[in-house]
Design a protein around this ligand. Structure first.
Ligand SMILES: [Zn+2]
Length: 608
């Protein structure tokens, strides 16, 4: 049904010594500052014996069991391309974790094969892991359309890692990456320059939608390129990998035009200032707010570093076309009548340091909430942030602001509802591509299933719909596909402050333990000759019990520690370990019996 689209090209170069050395010198996932490495001059083919045994392997490294950390790997012989390199936000059970990035352990030792990272669009769940991953997988070229490329480059200046090799790509470019030929097709989303990816391989063609919707009235970009999509489909598509984010919703996705009109109405009718909290990356929305404000003769103050940066990039690329005098500085807000001012800022997720939170808490240097202000939450809540958003709303209501969120404005204000294909859109995409195999991606498991059912309803056989877990390998040979049980590593890789991957599940468990039950430190000072305790052991508790009110418990703990120490034989590391373990176990058990809590026990033995 699907014949190979083209023959492999001739292969010439082998990995250079420089590349090999870099591979050894650069352990994946350390937090140390990196020395500048020479990026690949150009993607090139590697010698690869086409014995006929080569299989095309596809695995989704992130994004199939969650929303976020999107990353797909396509491997054919010695050629690997990655589509997207996103981050995922942590949930409440991950204290102190900034975000989670795709696990690329499989690429260790295969860095020389990675021909490129192809980016679908500039949202952080598709590009956010780049600074943390790309320098460690051989620094391959990153191919991205102008908007995404601009955001990637700007963001990289915030990180002190190897300079990236970002190749600004045009929608009609065709890239020959080893035996894989990569091209793009324009689709709609809620940020300009959103593209789907086509990867032609000797075994058949793969299409990847990225995040998408069909929109006949998008904001500042053309509607999806139906002609190109149909042309790709008519040549034969082996695999379509499709966005599942809204696959559980019937009907068509709403157009950016409707969203813009809703926003425009709210801004027009607002009696006082309008403060819009949204994502910095939701540029279609930001564009519409700016344009509506200009039309209504209002002035706009853009707040927040990432918001300002993205608006600048979009202006440079002419995606946002408004007059310069539309914008006002923070300090000039009070120079204008209240009903002439619109403020666009970050912080709709209740993020502590974002502008909206600081404004609500009277911590912002130039603006306070006053009665009559209208605050619009123009983004859906990222799971895990519900409570902080609720607190933020409470604060705003307390200050008598009008608060407009999803339940008032309907789905139109919802970032995720606004940008992703619903069931009828998915059907049209399937009809245009007519893939032999359909692989739902980008969503929790239930969303992948819902997406699969859309294809089934149109006659795709269940065996041609692959519902995969992260890391699960799909194999294709001459147009025939197989979902294997082989799994690549996909354990969480956490980013914590500046460190990447140095936080393991064990560290996270410790943090959860500390957060739940606190800790008890037992300090025993021991005579190194006799092994006798020099002083009674010190017991220190943090986050466990208030010591002053629990004298008896602390004294009993001290007595128990003393008893354990009687058996201590000084002088060897082994005996120190034994004593430490015994202190940990006995005191842990004792405290659990008395309090039904399990604080972390930290025994410290000092021999003097
Ligand atoms: Zn997106």
């Amino acid at each position: 049904m699907n014949k190979p689209q083209f023959r492999p090209s001739a292969h010439t170069s082998a990995p250079t010594a420089d590349q090999a050395a870099r591979r050894v010198a650069r352990p994946p996932f350390t937090a140390q500052p990196q020395v500048a490495a020479k990026p690949f001059a150009a993607p090139h083919a590697q010698a690869h014996p086409n014995t006929g045994a080569t299989k095309l392997r596809i695995a989704v490294l992130g994004g199939c069991e969650e929303v976020g950390r999107n990353c797909t790997m396509i491997e054919y012989g010695n050629d690997i391309v990655l589509i997207d390199m996103g981050l995922q936000f942590p949930d409440e059970n991950m204290p102190g974790i900034d975000y989670i990035i795709p696990n690329v352990s499989y690429l260790r030792g295969k860095e020389k094969n990675v021909r490129g990272v192809i980016i679908t669009h500039g949202h952080y769940d598709h590009i956010g892991a780049i600074p943390h991953v790309v320098p460690y997988i051989g620094n391959p070229p990153i191919f991205a359309l102008p908007m995404a490329a601009g955001i990637i480059k700007k963001r990289q200046t915030d990180f002190n890692t190897t300079p990236l090799n970002v190749k600004v790509t045009k929608i009609d470019d065709v890239l020959q990456l080893g035996n894989l030929r990569v091209s793009f097709f324009h689709i709609n989303h809620n940020i300009p320059d959103s593209a789907g990816i086509v990867v032609e391989t000797p075994e058949g063609t793969i299409c990847h939608t990225g995040d998408w919707k069909f929109d006949f009235h998008p904001a500042g970009v053309p509607h999806a390129d139906f002609q190109k999509i149909a042309a790709i489909g008519s040549k034969g598509v082996m695999v379509l990998m499709g966005d599942s984010t809204n696959s559980d919703q019937p009907g068509h996705q709403v157009s950016e035009k409707e969203i813009g009109e809703t926003l425009g109405n709210i801004i027009e009718k607002a009696p006082g200032r309008v403060i819009v909290g949204t994502f910095a990356s939701l540029l279609s929305r930001v564009k519409q707010i700016l344009e509506a404000s200009e039309k209504l003769g209002k002035k706009v103050c853009v707040m927040g570093y990432s918001m300002k940066t993205n608006v600048e990039i979009a202006k440079e690329l002419a995606y946002i076309n408004v007059k310069k005098d539309l914008f006002i500085e923070e300090t000039a807000i009070d120079d204008y009548p209240k009903n002439k001012v619109v403020i666009v800022c970050t912080g709709a997720q209740g993020e502590e340091n974002a502008a909206l939170m600081r404004i609500a808490n009277d911590e912002h240097r130039s603006i306070r909430i006053v009665p009559g202000d209208t605050v619009i939450f123009s983004s859906s809540i990222v799971p895990g942030n519900e409570q902080s958003v609720q607190r933020l709303k409470d604060t705003l209501y307390r200050k008598q602001a009008r608060v407009i969120h999803k339940s008032l404005a309907g789905v139109m204000m919802d970032v995720h509802a606004g940008g992703h294909a619903k069931q009828e859109d998915i059907k049209l995409m399937l009809a245009l591509f007519k893939p032999r195999y359909y692989v739902p991606i980008e969503g929790n498991h239930f969303l992948l299933r819902e997406n699969g059912q859309v294809a089934e309803s149109m006659g795709w056989k269940p065996e041609n719909i692959f519902i995969v877990d992260n890391g699960q390998i799909m194999e294709f040979k001459a147009g025939e596909g197989k979902l294997t049980q082989e799994k690549l590593p996909t354990d969480y890789v956490f980013v914590d402050g500046l460190g990447v991957g140095d936080i393991s599940e064990v560290v996270l468990r410790d943090r959860q333990l500390l957060a739940e039950d606190g800790m008890v430190v037992v300090i025993a000072t021991i005579d190194k000759k006799t092994g006798a305790a020099v002083n009674p052991p010190d017991i220190i508790s943090r986050g466990f019990v208030y010591m002053k009110e629990n004298r008896e418990l602390i004294e009993d703990t001290r007595a128990l520690a003393k008893k354990v120490l009687v058996g201590h034989k000084p002088g060897t590391a082994e005996s120190e370990d034994v004593t430490r373990d015994k202190l940990r176990n006995d005191i842990g058990q004792f405290l659990f019996m008395r309090t039904e809590r399990r604080p972390m026990i930290i025994p410290v033995i000092i021999e003097v």
